[in-house]
Design a protein around this ligand. Structure first.
Ligand code: SF4
Ligand SMILES: [Zn+2]
Ligand SMILES: [Zn+2]
Length: 178
């Protein structure tokens, strides 16, 4: 529940939108009870179900160990359960279990992106060692945001030079169509 604080996951919220819990703090975090009543819980969960940042909200509350109220559609007991079953964050299997459970985890996403980048760098190194330069190497250089190398560019130029030059139908002028 987010009225009192402005946690980082709110950055995922589309500009100009409000979360469904906005202005309903008593429903999400009861003024006295740390566990909401059954009726409040059901209503709060129904609102969370429509929230565009539900997964990030639940993840935030679990990481911060929030003990009170409904966060991301989860009661304190459900969050404690998730925390116990929490995957090994930072590993590929951790990342996969988050994906299966529709959870967001910054640690796992960053670790996954780093691994992907390392794999691409390795593939690029292999392309360069085995072929000097290649079309695959050129694509990898683009994907990695690296400057394309002279050898990969040359292979690519040769490849496209050898292909018949087709003019797209929408670029054909009236003369070509006639
Ligand atoms: S998931 Fe629920 S508690 Fe979290 S921001 Fe959305 S509506 Fe509020
Ligand atoms: Zn994780
Ligand atoms: Zn290259």
């Amino acid at each position: 529940m987010i009225d009192a604080v402005l946690p980082d996951f709110l950055r995922d919220l589309p500009a100009g939108t409000r979360t469904p819990c906005h202005g309903r703090s008593a429903l999400f975090v009861h003024p006295i009870r740390s566990t909401p009543t059954k009726a409040d819980s059901t209503e709060a969960k129904a609102l969370c179900a429509q929230c565009p940042i539900r997964a990030a909200c639940a993840d935030h509350a679990i990481r911060r160990g929030e003990t009170d109220g409904i966060w991301g559609g989860l009661t304190p007991a459900e969050r404690a359960d998730r925390a116990r079953r929490r995957p090994d964050c930072g590993t590929e299997s951790g990342w996969r279990s988050h994906v299966q459970r529709d959870e967001s985890c910054l640690t796992c996403r960053e670790a996954h992106d780093d691994r992907l980048r390392d794999q691409r760098l390795e593939r690029l190194a292999r392309e360069h060692t085995n072929h000097g330069g290649s079309l695959a190497g050129y694509r990898l250089e683009l994907l990695l945001g690296l400057p394309t190398c002279v050898r990969c560019r040359a292979v690519r130029q040769e490849y496209y030079a050898g292909r018949p030059h087709t003019t797209k139908w929408y670029r054909r002028g009236p003369a070509a169509a006639a």
